[in-house]
Ligand binder design. Sequence first.
Ligand code: ATP
Ligand code: MG
Length: 591
Amino acid sequence: MSSLFVRTLREDPADAEVPSHRWLVRAGYIRRAAPGIYSWLPLGLSVLQKVEAIVREEMNRIGAQEVHFPALLPREPYEQTNRWTEYGDNLFTLADRKGNDLLLGPTHEEMFTLLVKDLYRSYKDLPLSLYQIQTKYRDEARPRAGLLRGREFIMKDSYSFDIDDAGLEASYQAHREAYIRIFDRLGFDYAIVQADAGAMGGSASEEFLAVAENGEDTFVRSPGGYAANVEAVVTPAPEPLPIEGQPDAHVEGTPDAATIDALVELSNRDLPRADRPWTGADTLKNVLFMLRHLDGTTEPLVVGLPGDREVDPKRLEVAVAPAEATPFTDEDFAANPLLVKGYIGPVTLGGDGSAQPVLGEEGTTKVRYLLDPRVVAGTRWITGANEPGKHVYDLVVGRDFSADGTIDVAEVREGDPAPDGSGPMSLSRGIEMGHIFQLGRKYAEALGLKVLDQNGKLVTVTMGSYGVGVSRAVAAIAEGTCDEKGLSWPREVAPFDVMVLATGKGDEIAAAAAQLADDLDVADVSVLLDDRTASPGVKFADAEVLGIPTSIVVGRGLADGNIEIRDRRTGMARTVALADGVGEVLREIGR
Ligand code: ATP
Ligand code: MG
């Protein structure tokens, strides 16, 4: 400790939002270089390398081979796949002295595809899985929580190459198994969830999420085993209802009902329904967005959903990608005078009660109108009448209005019915640690990766892409294990096996501690010896901050020939004879 390049800090860093960030900085594992960009100090680097070693071992075990690409990449391949544009502001780009465009790789599908294209010609060369552990660059809109969302970060990315779909499925399953072993060894409490709404089938894309209150991802689980990121949850559509026998639509004055709550209250007071009270779920809320397409053109989009739900921005992002949606501004409203802020509805009712579409394909304003899957034919709604202070009641889907399609972007709530029909879903938060993805032929097609098959015919290779957030894992492990006193590493990734603390004055204590450390070293136990002249209180506190799983205290007890072994996680301590020290420590650390 007296020579280790580390300084523990008494104060929390000002920008620390989550405990892992706070403790990694305070314990001297990392230092911020710029927003979302961190330097690794010896202790932090040691944990990082241990995580890397586990990832490497498990990738090698499934026969994947390690390579290493540059981080500084040419523009052309990313141009061919359109990602130079699609990646948008997240891409770090630069130009060299000759004016050639370059980028800092956010992920490397293009480079791997081209490398295999360069060297392989035949189905006999496949299957192949390649990986690297590499620094990635993404100009994240909101770098946060230290290593959890960095702008420079370390990822293990692998790519599989197969001749056919069955091969891809096998490569995908091999990676899935490897990931299970990796995250088991890293000691995570994790969930494997569907990451994709399933356009390509159930397991085409899954995420490994570390269960964590501070996680940015929300995921659902059903009693029947369905698990999905909320971004991928498919809302089951109820059965349509018969249209016959529904009351006629009618416009009502609804002064001071600008919010859903106020509208429901007013409706129950002035226009009660016979069978039960109105609720927010009886109202149809129409939310406006401006879509910006990749080519720069814009287009308004109206999302109609039950009034008791909000649009989930992340689900919307996924649903409209690669276009981007932003909420309507006052200027947007000014440019679309038929859309009356606060009173938007799909139709206006003529004097004779006939419905004139305002939204939707046949609509007079040609505004694209998409409905939540719950808004099925035969359901009746209270919604805006496109006039200030007025709503229309008993507007029936399929009779009075229709839309251009559905969009599944409403927030998912605890207790919502699961799409597998097994009951209510529960909601948890998590940190995305890994992502496995059946890419299919998208990149191979764009970049022309073909090989000859058994019949001598050229066929396009099918690919998978698989990522692990290696630097994110360091923070996520810390997040899951730290307490109010500091870090507390699982043994597999701890920078040292044990810490030996010499507490108390006198050469005898110092000498005994140094000797024990030497003996442990010989027994192949990695030891951090706190040989500083600091007070016992400072040493104990630092040991807790640093989070080495086991501490051995050589202090007062030495007079009776005893030392103490402490477990960082449980706080339990036991006294053993110094003479038995090495054996006891080996037992303690499970060797
Ligand atoms: P996120 O949804 O968190 O932005 P992503 O889906 O964009 O992640 P992938 O492209 O799937 O990420 O990358 C593979 C893995 O790399 C992720 O599962 C995650 O563990 C890690 N990762 C992605 N972005 C970051 C980042 N900004 N900082 C640290 N790790 C990251
Ligand atoms: Mg991902």
